[in-house]
Design a protein around this ligand. Structure first.
Ligand code: HXC
Length: 258
């Protein structure tokens, strides 16, 4: 499928989705968000995809929602269309793991998009920020909620209120990103992580996503029960028998998603 604002390649069961609006530092306009939703839904439905990597360019993952496109909109426009409301759904619905590979700017909606992925691998050039305050608005697709959960209230307030950027080292220290790598290694590292995930049982990777994400939605006691029931349920799968037999027989498992 050819997109105007994305480049999508599928190789070795990994869908690599690149945001591609170089003239606007991958600012998220309506076209890009629609296409991204379509690409994620297509990847989720495609048997040849077991993991997704979302990336931008060397200079920018995404510099936020498209300010030109938003600037003339009125309250009535954005409220009645529920601006950006539907755009997060494909990402939230996706059952397959999504890794954000971030180099350069991940600002505003760009930072929020990265945080909606399952984890973030950052280049040492990455800069994260929620500078919406400088435009007289606030984050709109989860920044105040997700950044606070990832880095805590103090840093989240600092970032949202001052609009300052966080570099890759601070982002790793604060728990926003899982690892930082030299810029030239970003894609190889993200693709290698994705390929590792493709070798697992998809039943188990789906269970991991559901269980970890549930930890943001519920109490510890309920979350522990949810996890334990998923753990129990996986004993009904052939992949559990295969994974444990393979360990005991000192060989690599051959998972079949059953
Ligand atoms: C539209 C953008 C853009 C954006 C950059 N560009 N960010 N266009 N929307 N968010 C465009 C510039 O207008 C410029 O186009 C080109 O990209 C290059 O940008 P420069 O500013 O010339 O580059 P540089 O000097 O290197 O500065 C990089 C930057 C700066 C620090 C990232 O561009 C910047 O501050 N951008 C805005 C960041 C921001 O406020 N993001 C939050 C948006 S609100 P021309 O045509 O002039 O060459 C938001 C709300 C989220 O995200 C709501 C939910 C989605």
């Amino acid at each position: 499928m050819a997109y105007e604002t994305l480049i999508v390649e599928i190789e070795d069961y990994v869908a690599l989705i690149r945001l591609n609006r170089p003239d606007a530092l991958n600012a998220l306009n309506a076209k890009l968000l629609d296409e991204l939703g379509d690409a994620l839904a297509a990847a989720d439905a495609n048997d040849k995809v077991r993991c997704i990597v979302l990336t931008g360019s060397e200079k920018a993952f995404a510099a936020g929602a498209d300010i030109k496109e938003m600037s003339e909109k009125s309250f009535v426009d954005v409220f009645t269309s529920d601006l950006f409301g539907a755009n997060t759904e494909p990402m939230l619905r996706c059952r397959k793991p999504i890794i954000a590979a971030v180099a350069g700017y991940a600002l505003g909606g760009g930072c929020e998009l990265a945080m909606m992925c399952d984890f973030i691998i950052a280049a040492d050039t990455a800069k994260f920020g929620q500078p919406e305050i400088n435009l007289g608005v606030v984050a709109g697709i989860g920044g105040t909620q997700r950044l606070t959960r990832f880095v805590g209230k103090a840093k989240s307030m600092d970032m949202h209120l001052t609009g300052r950027f966080m570099d890759a080292a601070e982002a790793e220290r604060s728990g926003l990103v899982s690892r930082v790598v030299p810029a030239a290694k970003l894609l190889p590292e993200a693709m290698a992580a994705a390929r590792k995930i493709t070798e697992k049982s998809a039943l188990a990777t789906m269970a991991v996503k559901e269980a970890v994400n549930r930890s943001y939605e519920t109490t510890l006691r309920e979350g522990l029960l949810f996890e334990r029931r998923l753990f129990h349920a996986l004993f009904a799968t052939e992949d559990q028998k295969e994974g444990m037999s393979a360990f005991l027989e000192k060989r690599q498992p051959q998972f079949r998603d059953r």
